[in-house]
Design a protein around this ligand. Structure first.
Ligand code: GLC
Length: 487
């Protein structure tokens, strides 16, 4: 059932959709508590409609003790009151749909919060061992993947923080429980799910030790995990059991997998999921040859979700600088397939200050600071003390960039419009070192990722440029899109 889904009613709207990731806590506060919420998101739908995106993905909005900023869910079928009510949620869906925007939720299915009632009421839905850790598996941020439950004296598995016990996806009742969650939200009108940590859903049946890694893992990993092969504590071949259950419950709702594996390994996942993020593309160094390899590995899969940043990793503007962040927008939005934009990247928000004390133990506060809407000290995000400090709203904001046609924000908008006219498929072109170029039908794109001026191998009418150019040469950090002229 490749490509499974979405075709009912002929709508595979997600295939080349632009999806905007809202990090709800930091998007817009509406009630003056310093924390973003659903009514805040409703109030900002104008921005998303103006930008031209097709869909929003909301990072978790469920009740949570916040050991992992909401990725530790204590009730998958409710809204945390700090974000609003189910009525607010219904209104968000209705208002988004009225503007032609689809809504995706974050489905955290591999684990729950340790405070989820399931952990006590249905301990058999989790993975346990007696007498101590049964193997050498490590958790995502280091340390053993097993902790002792003081109440029962038994050991439970947690691929992430100890507050996030892993569900046992081999247990049909646990699968059914997540299936019901999916159905609950579908009935409320959601259009799909970004599925968290898919590679982690299914583990080795016998919980055998991981062997030492034989080759470096091509994506960043905590060194303790990178030292292991990673084929038993994650990426188990029986993953299809889990994926089938997800697909059955999801019907034709889109399923976007956060599958943290290299692109060539995404094939089996894409037999059941509609899209999967291209993490090699996100993590490749900003060098033409590396980006070209990442594109060449992912593009043939056809159902990749291109992504250059999210709430887990350093921000684009920090990694690349302001100029190259413009070129990165061109790259992200002119490849064939779906593209995901992380809130704030459209105005070039860099990494910001951490909470004091830091909130995320893995150091990810810096990628999650409040959205900067207007050039005031609190950026129009809130009227109270924000849960994380603002970065530089007086320098960088949506309002200021809306007024400036040469801004990054306008560039994102123009690109989103332009991509609708790009033909399917991509042909990577030979070009001088430092330059990445490809053809999309009658359009061609060139991006200079190098440190020197470079001649472009593409010619035609320049339909978009990140900076003034004659179309023949590009400065470092420059990018153009051209359309072939009749010859
Ligand atoms: C995903 C989320 C990340 C979270 C982890 C555990 O990778 O993106 O924020 O910490 O899963 O749920």
């Amino acid at each position: 059932m490749a490509g499974a889904s979405g075709s009912a009613g002929g709508s595979e709207w997600w295939r080349d959709a632009v999806v905007y990731q809202i990090y709800p806590r930091s998007f817009q506060d509406s009630d003056g508590d310093g924390i973003g919420d659903l009514r805040g998101a409703i109030a900002r739908l104008d921005h998303l409609e103006w930008l031209g995106v097709d869909a929003i993905w909301l990072s978790p909005i469920y009740p949570s003790p916040l050991a992992d900023s909401g990725y530790d869910v204590a009730d998958h079928a409710a809204i945390d009151p700090v974000y609003g009510s189910l009525a607010d949620f219904d209104e968000l869906i209705a208002r988004a749909h009225a503007r032609g925007l689809r809504v995706l939720l974050d489905l955290v299915a591999s684990h729950t919060s340790i405070e989820h009632p399931w952990f006590r009421e249905h301990p058999d839905w989790y993975v346990w061992a007696d007498g101590g850790p049964p193997n050498n598996w490590r958790a995502a941020w280091g340390g053993p993947a097993w902790s002792r439950d003081a109440r029962s004296g038994r050991w439970y598995l947690h691929s992430f923080y100890p507050e996030q016990p892993d569900l046992d996806w081999r247990n049909p009742d646990a699968r059914a429980a997540i299936g019901s969650v999916i159905r609950v939200w579908r009935e409320r009108g959601v259009d799909g799910f970004r599925v968290d940590a898919v590679q982690q859903l299914m583990k080795d049946r016998e919980l055998r030790d991981e062997r030492p890694a034989r080759a470096p893992f091509p994506l960043p990993l905590h060194p303790e995990l990178a030292a292991l092969e990673g084929v038993r504590s994650r990426t188990d071949p029986e993953i299809t059991i889990a994926l089938d259950a997800l697909r059955e419950a999801a019907g034709d709702a889109v399923l976007v997998g956060e599958v943290y594996v290299p692109s060539p390994a995404l094939g089996p996942y894409l037999e059941r999921l509609d899209l999967a993020f291209a993490f090699e593309f996100l993590h490749a160094p900003w060098e033409a040859a590396a980006m070209r390899r990442a594109i060449a590995a992912a593009a043939p899969l056809e159902r990749v979700a291109w992504v250059l940043s999210n709430h887990d990793f350093p921000r684009l503007a920090t990694r690349l600088g302001d100029r190259a962040a413009r070129a990165a927008a061109v790259l992200l939005l002119t490849l064939p397939g779906a593209a995901f934009i992380y809130q704030g990247d459209e105005i070039g928000m860099p990494d910001g200050p951490e909470g004091d004390p830091p909130i995320d133990r893995a150091g990810r506060d810096r990628h999650r600071n409040p959205m900067q809407w207007s050039p005031e000290p609190l950026g129009g995000f809130t009227t109270a003390e924000p849960w994380l400090p603002p970065i530089d709203p007086e320098r960088r904001s949506v309002d200021e960039q809306r007024r400036r046609p040469d801004s990054l924000l306008h560039l994102y908008r123009r690109l989103i419009e332009l991509r609708r006219g790009l033909r399917a498929g991509v042909e990577l072109l030979d070009s001088s070192p430092g330059l990445l170029a490809y053809r999309r039908g009658e359009h061609a794109v060139a991006v200079n990722l190098g440190e020197r001026d470079a001649r472009t191998p593409v010619s035609g009418e320049v339909v978009l440029a990140t900076e003034p150019t004659d179309g023949a040469a590009l400065r470092p950090g420059g990018a153009i899109v051209v359309r072939r002229t009749a010859s």
